[in-house]
Design a protein around this ligand. Structure first.
Ligand code: UDP
Length: 311
C-alpha cells in the first residue's frame, strides 16, 4: 500500500488531493502550517489511513517510516495572499521545496512539485506551451510567487539530474471549486461572494484580461495521472476554455441569479493580460482531458459557496 505525504494538504488543492489519494487506497499524511490552509478542509476525513501533522515545511521535515510519494503543495497561491506574505511565499517555494526534495531523496519517494502558470509571467506566447520560458518581472509584487516557483522547478530538476530523484512538475492553471477560501481575493470566490450577498461585482481593469478556468476534480485527476507516469518534464494542467474577466463576471451574474451590478476597479500591477494552457503534452502523454464544463463547474461552485455564505 502506498504511503504518501501531501504538503499543504489542508489547502484548497491539497485537501482534494488527500481525498482522492485515500479513495485510491493510499495512506495519506497531510502536512500544513495552516497559514492559508484550514482544518475545516480535512475535518470530514474519517479514514484511519489519514493523519495530520502541523508543520512549516521551511523547517526540517521529519516523517517516520517509508514514503512512496511526496506531493509538494505548500504555498500561498492567491495573489492577495502572497503579496501579504511575500517572504513566507519565497521561503516555502525555495527552502520548503529543498526540504521536501531532501525528504524524497532520503525516502526514495517520487516527488511531485505543484508549479504554476505564473512561471510564464505575463506571457508573450499564446497559448502557453511548456517550452515557453516566460516573461516574469522578478522585482514586481507577483515576483515573490513567480520566482519562488521558478526556483522550485530548477531545484526539482537539479535533484532529478544530480541525485536521480524521480520527479514530476505540474504547472497548474487557474483552478476553482469547493473549498476555495471565501476571502482569498481571487476572482472566483470574490465574485461569487459578491453575487450571493448582492454586492457589486468588482472587475479589475476593463475586464479584457483573459483566464481559463479548470474545475478542481479535473485537475486532481490529472495530477494523480502525472504522479504515476514517468514524465520528468513539466506538464501544463488546466482547462483551455479561455474567457475574459468581464465575461466571467457576466456568467457569475447569470448563474447566481443576482441583480448585482458590475463595477470596474484599478488593475493590479503586472496582472497577466492573457492566459490559456496548451494542453497537448497532457493529452498526448497522460491521455488527460478536462471533462467538467465551465457551466457545470461554476454551478457546483456557486452551490457550495451558497451553503457557506447564506447559512
Ligand atoms: N480580478 C477581478 N476582480 C476581483 C479579483 C480578481 O477582476 O475581485 C481579476 C484579476 O485582476 C485577474 C483575474 O481576475 O485579472 C484573475 O485573478 P485571480 O486573483 O483569480 O488570479 P490570477 O489568475 O491573477 O493569478
Amino acid at each position: 500500500m502506498a504511503r504518501t505525504l501531501v504538503t499543504g494538504g489542508a489547502g484548497f488543492l491539497g485537501s482534494h488531493l488527500c481525498d482522492f489519494l485515500l479513495e485510491q487506497g493510499h495512506t495519506v499524511i497531510c502536512m500544513d502550517n495552516l497559514s492559508t490552509g484550514s482544518i475545516e478542509n480535512i475535518d470530514h476525513i474519517r479514514s484511519e489511513e489519514f493523519s495530520f501533522i502541523k508543520h512549516d515545511v521551511t523547517e526540517y521535515i521529519y516523517v517516520q517510516g517509508k514514503l512512496d510519494y511526496i506531493l509538494h503543495f505548500a504555498s500561498p497561491a492567491s495573489p492577495c495572499d502572497y503579496m501579504e506574505m511575500p517572504i513566507q511565499t519565497l521561503k516555502v517555494g525555495s527552502l520548503g521545496t529543498h526540504k521536501a526534495l531532501g525528504l524524497a531523496k532520503e525516502k526514495n519517494a517520487v516527488f511531485l512539485l505543484a508549479s504554476t502558470s505564473e512561471v510564464y509571467g505575463d506571457p508573450l506566447v499564446h497559448p502557453q506551451r511548456e517550452d515557453y520560458w516566460g516573461n516574469v518581472n522578478p522585482i514586481g509584487p507577483r515576483g515573490v510567487y513567480d520566482e519562488a516557483k521558478r526556483f522550485a522547478e530548477a531545484m526539482t530538476m537539479a535533484y532529478h539530474r544530480y541525485h536521480g530523484v524521480r520527479t514530476r512538475i505540474v504547472r497548474i492553471f487557474n483552478t476553482y471549486g469547493p473549498r476555495m477560501r471565501l476571502h482569498d481575493g481571487r476572482v472566483v470566490p470574490t465574485l461569487i461572494y459578491q453575487a450571493l450577498t448582492n454586492q457589486p461585482l468588482t472587475v479589475y481593469g476593463d475586464g479584457s484580461q483573459t483566464r481559463s478556468f479548470c474545475y478542481v476534480s479535473d485537475l486532481i485527476r490529472g495530477i494523480c495521472q502525472l504522479l504515476v507516469s514517468d514524465i520528468t518534464d513539466p506538464v501544463n494542467l488546466g482547462n483551455n476554455h479561455e474567457m475574459n474577466i468581464l465575461e466571467f463576471a457576466q456568467h457569475v451574474r447569470r448563474l447566481s441569479g443576482t441583480s448585482s451590478e458590475i463595477v470596474f476597479k484599478e488593475l493590479p500591477v503586472d496582472d497577466p493580460k492573457t492566459r490559456q494552457p496548451d494542453i497537448t503534452r497532457a493529452r498526448e502523454c497522460l491521455h488527460w482531458e478536462p471533462q467538467v464544463s465551465f457551466e457545470e463547474g461554476l454551478h457546483k461552485t456557486i452551490e457550495w459557496f451558497s451553503t457557506r455564505v447564506l447559512r
